[in-house]
Every structure is written in structure tokens, then in C-alpha cells.
Design a protein around this ligand. Structure first.
Ligand code: NAP
Ligand code: MG
Length: 504
């Protein structure tokens, strides 16, 4: 079963041909030993879109072998930075050319609105590829003085080698680009494992890898179950690095597998329970808009979701009224609806998980002032939900829900706000709104997070590093920092004058 399928999109009349095999050595191939398939579901209708091959452990071996061969022959240290740059730029151009088609496929499988998939996820992905294409011929080491008359040393930033990349379902194209772009720029080769829930766009992007002209084996894509393909990649003896975005539980497993196998380098971008603070001096209308973006963007399926909101007591009631009105304005509907601001959540499992948290919130005495009820009919739609007067030990305050569910609490002093904000095992994002510049500086310094937003929330930029503190992750993506994740520093000591006397 490696024949491509043609999918018809009713809303736009478009027909999209999607490969269904494993992408190894620039070809779509069947599994070497497995008959398993992955069924892809449209979360807006609960209908089956198609099935793709589910790769096995042996398929991961084949993909790693292809990636190793390419690394040793056509890629790695065998290709100039200019050539890598040219190919990455070409790939960016092709994604830009196909943006509408890719966006529709993303919407079909993930649920997010087409315009958001196209203009944000894909727009950002194209920019990300171009940003790292620019770095490909600018990866430089240091020249280090040892002794001016006899010795010098220099460093080379070598590509780390074969990289396993395991990506989640919330931003399938975007996370693909964040991982692929810096790896290729540095000269690494890739075995990509997309989420079993959303494998279609990674397969479609693989076609563009061929069209762009990358040599076989540089990028390989193996859709498979996490416990099979993801586990095999993390434990593989010939994988030099694994980059992961997803849950903290899975991240821990990956790190353990890396430690127990070949001590491969690991970068982890994990979950969060990010705090968002509104001080009394803030522009409340703006703060409410950013709060909405923080928790409702991507239907709350966002690792940086600002899911714990702390509002100063002097403006608490007023701000909640503004927030409720704002949240009601968001249209949560089928992503093919032109007016959709958010789509369904990605799967039945996520839908059930979110509602189990909503139930827990109600049972533990939090008050829902908006949402919190199931809709009738098909599709995994969850309406914006606001719980107020939450307590620090409630499940909806402690756990990552990964849905449009906001937990709001009151504070009176700046110290108290900081204390509450940092009371979590996570440290991915944090936000604050205030018109007092000194307060903004004090609080942004005190918040324990990899990213702090001041008078905004959730916006990232390809040239600014992103990653977590505490149990939100290890390593950084984006910016020049990401290059460190894909390079290995070699020091060369060079003697041109010292004679060694012997015996010692
Ligand atoms: P997950 O297990 O962390 O999935 C992320 C990726 O890891 C997927 O490609 C998954 O493959 C793979 N994976 C699963 N088990 C693995 C293993 N043992 N070894 C290596 N890779 C493995 O997340 P999930 O179960 O889909 O979602 C659960 C929760 O994780 C969400 O509710 C949310 O809280 C969090 N999450 C966070 C992010 C984020 O951006 N930080 C993204 C997604 C989910 P399969 O999909 O094939 O299982
Ligand atoms: Mg899973």
C-alpha cells in the first residue's frame, strides 16, 4: 500500500494527491515487514480521510541507514554551505508556491483554519527555511591563540550527523520546518517521525524535498506510532541526535532511551502551564486581546498557551467582564469556514481529555463563567472556557490541558503575582501586562520561563531563540542558538614550533 491517494476537499473543490508510503532515499516505499496502517481523521467531521503506512522498527533502521549514507557521501561535510543554502531556499520557494494546497491539507487533518495554516504556520515555515538557508554558509568556528610563536588552535562546527526528529500534531508543518531548517543548514541528515495523528503534510512536504533537488537520504519521513518509530529512533545506536517536541512524559522517555543507548544528544521542547499576569496599570482592552491569543490560538493546543491568568484584585471584576465579551467573539468552527478563528481540537482523545479537565474544574469548585459545555453534533469542537476564582492546587491549575480552557485567579501585590506565576514544574512561556516600565523589567527578570512576553503574548520570531526552563525542556530552537543543537564542536590543536623533549 504505497499508492498515492487523491483526496477531494468538498469546501474548496480542490483535489490533493497525497503519498501514503514511507519516504526513504527520495522514494515512497512500503514497510519492509509491517502491514500496519495509520488512519487519518478529519476532526471537524470525524470522517476518515485516508490511511498511510505505519513504519516499523526495521523501517526506522532502513531510514537511518539511508540518512547515514547520505551524510557520508552527498551531504554532511561533502557539500558546501552555498549548495545547502540554495537547496533550502528552493524548498522554501516550493512551499510558498504550494501554500494554499498545503494549508488545506493541514486543515483537513489537524482542524485549524485554512487562513491560519496558510498565513501563519506556512508563512512562518517559509521564513524559517529562508532564515536558516542564510546561515548555511556562515557557520564558523574560532581561531584561538595558544602561543604566538609555536602553536595555535581552531574550532570547527561540524554537523552532528544523523538526526531523529519527532514532531507533534499541533503545528505539523511549522514544527517540521523548525526542525528541518537548522539541521539541513548545518549539514545534518534527517529521519523525521511525524505524529500518527497528523502525518499527511509531512508526506506532502517530502515530495517537495525531491523536487527541490536534495540528494536521496538527506531527508527521510517515517510515519509510525510513537511507541514504535519514535521509540526506535530515540534508542537507535546510529542516530547522533534526537530533537523532540511534545509532552513532558514522552520527552522523559526519549531522554531515557538516549541515555540507555548511545548517549545521543537530545533537545526537548515540552509542555507548559504558562502564567499570564495583568497588572492594574495595563491597557485592559489590549491585555484581554493578548489573553485571548494566549489561550485560544490553535484552540489552546499550544505549548506556550497562557493557561493560568493572574489579575490584580483592583481590576479583577472589570477585566473578567471584558474577557468574557472578547472570548464570545471568537468563531470556533470548521477550519474551512472563512470566518473561523479557531477549529476543532485534533482528536477524540484530546477532546475527551479536555472535557475530563473541565469536569475536574467544576468538581473542585472552580466557577465557569464561560463555556464548559459540550456542543451537540459531529466534530471535536470545544468552546472557549473561563474558570474564575481558581485555587493553586486544582487540577486545572496544575496540569497542562492543551485546550481553550483558562484558569483565572486574583492577586494583590507584585510579589504575590510572581510567587503564583512561578508555582509550577514548567517554565516555557510567561506574559505580563503593565504600563509601569520598571515593573515590567522587575517582573520579566523574576519569571522562570524560557520566553517572557511583555505587553503581548504568544508571538515568536524565527531569529529569537525559543525553549523551556524547568520541566519544559532542554535546548533552544530558532535563532542562531538552534545551530548549537545540530553541530558538534571539534577543537584542532596545531603545533608549528614546539619540540617535545624526551624522556619526560
Ligand atoms: P506525545 O506523546 O508527546 O507526542 C509527540 C510526538 O512524540 C508524536 O510524534 C508521538 O508519536 C511521539 N511519541 C509518542 N510516544 C513516543 C515514544 N515512546 N518515544 C518517542 N516518541 C514518541 O503527545 P500526545 O500523546 O500526542 O499528546 C498528549 C499531550 O502532550 C497533549 O495533551 C499535550 O498536553 C502534550 N503535547 C504538547 C505538545 C507541545 O507542543 N509541547 C505537542 C503535542 C502534545 P504519535 O503521535 O505517533 O504517538
Ligand atoms: Mg501518541
Amino acid at each position: 500500500m504505497t499508492q498515492p491517494v487523491t483526496i477531494s476537499i468538498a469546501a474548496t473543490g480542490r483535489k490533493i494527491t497525497v503519498p501514503t508510503g514511507l519516504f526513504i532515499n527520495n522514494e515512497f516505499v512500503p514497510s519492509v515487514d509491517s502491514k500496519e496502517t495509520i488512519q487519518c481523521i478529519n476532526p471537524a467531521t470525524e470522517e476518515v480521510i485516508c490511511s498511510v503506512v505505519a513504519g516499523s522498527e526495521k523501517d526506522i533502521d532502513a531510514a537511518v541507514a539511508a540518512a547515514r549514507k547520505a551524510f557520508k557521501t552527498t551531504w554532511g561535510k561533502n557539500v558546501t554551505g552555498w549548495e545547502r543554502s540554495r537547496l533550502i531556499n528552493k524548498l522554501a520557494d516550493l512551499i510558498e508556491r504550494d501554500a494554499q494546497e498545503l494549508a488545506e491539507l493541514e486543515t483537513l487533518n489537524n482542524g485549524k483554519p485554512v487562513k491560519i495554516a496558510r498565513d501563519f504556520d506556512i508563512g512562518d515555515s517559509v521564513q524559517c527555511l529562508r532564515y536558516y538557508a542564510g546561515f548555511a554558509d556562515k557557520i564558523v568556528g574560532q581561531s584561538i591563540e595558544i602561543d604566538n610563536k609555536t602553536k595555535t588552535a581552531f574550532t570547527r562546527h561540524d554537523p552532528i550527523g544523523v538526526c531523529g526528529q519527532i514532531i507533534p500534531w499541533n503545528y505539523p508543518i511549522n514544527m517540521w520546518s523548525w526542525k528541518v531548517a537548522p539541521a539541513l543548514a548545518c549539514g545534518c541528515t534527517i529521519v523525521m517521525k511525524p505524529s500518527e495523528i497528523t502525518p499527511l503534510t509531512a508526506l506532502k512536504l517530502s515530495e517537495l524535498v525531491v523536487e527541490a533537488g536534495f540528494p536521496p537520504g538527506v531527508v527521510n519521513t517515517v510515519p509510525s506510532l510513537g511507541s514504535v518509530g519514535g521509540a526506535a529512533l530515540s534508542a537507535h545506536m546510529d542516530v547522533d541526535k534526537v530533537a523532540f517536541t511534545g509532552s513532558t512524559v514522552t520527552g522523559r522517555r526519549i531522554m531515557e532511551a538516549a541515555a540507555k543507548s548511545n548517549l545521543k544528544k537530545v533537545s526537548l521542547e515540552l509542555g507548559g502551564k504558562s502564567p499570564h499576569i495583568v497588572f492594574e496599570s495595563a491597557d485592559l482592552d489590549q491585555a484581554a486581546n493578548w489573553t485571548g491569543l494566549g489561550i485560544l490560538y490553535n484552540t489552546g493546543q499550544d505549548c506556550t498557551a497562557g493557561s493560568r491568568l493572574f489579575v490584580q484584585d483592583t481590576i479583577y471584576d472589570k477585566f473578567i467582564n471584558i474577557l468574557v465579551e472578547k472570548f464570545k467573539q471568537l468563531k470556533v468552527t470548521n477550519g474551512f469556514d472563512e470566518e473561523a478563528g479557531a477549529g476543532p481540537v485534533v482528536s477524540k482523545m484530546q477532546y475527551d481529555k479536555i472535557f475530563s479537565y473541565i469536569e475536574a474544574g467544576k468538581q473542585q469548585g472552580a466557577k465557569a463563567v464561560l463555556g464548559g459545555e459540550k456542543r451537540p453534533g459531529k466534530g471535536y469542537f470545544v468552546d472557549p472556557t473561563i474558570f474564575v476564582d481558581v485555587k493553586p492546587d486544582m487540577k486545572i491549575v496544575r496540569d497542562e490541558i492543551f485546550g481553550p480552557v483558562l484558569a483565572v485567579a486574583k492577586f494583590s501585590t507584585e510579589e504575590e503575582a510572581i510567587e503564583l506565576a512561578n508555582d509550577t514544574s514548567y517554565g516555557l512561556g510567561a506574559g505580563l501586562h503593565s504600563n509601569d516600565a520598571s515593573q515590567c523589567m522587575r517582573v520579566s527578570q523574576a519569571l522562570e520561563a524560557g520566553t517572557v512576553w511583555v505587553n503581548q503574548y504568544n508571538l515568536l520570531s524565527n531569529n529569537v531563540p525559543f525553549g523551556g526552563k524547568k520541566q519544559s525542556g532542554i535546548g533552544r530552537e530558532l535563532g542562531s542558538y538552534a545551530l548549537e543543537e545540530y553541530t558538534s564542536v571539534k577543537a584542532v590543536h596545531w603545533n608549528y614550533g614546539e619540540k617535545l623533549d624526551w624522556p619526560l
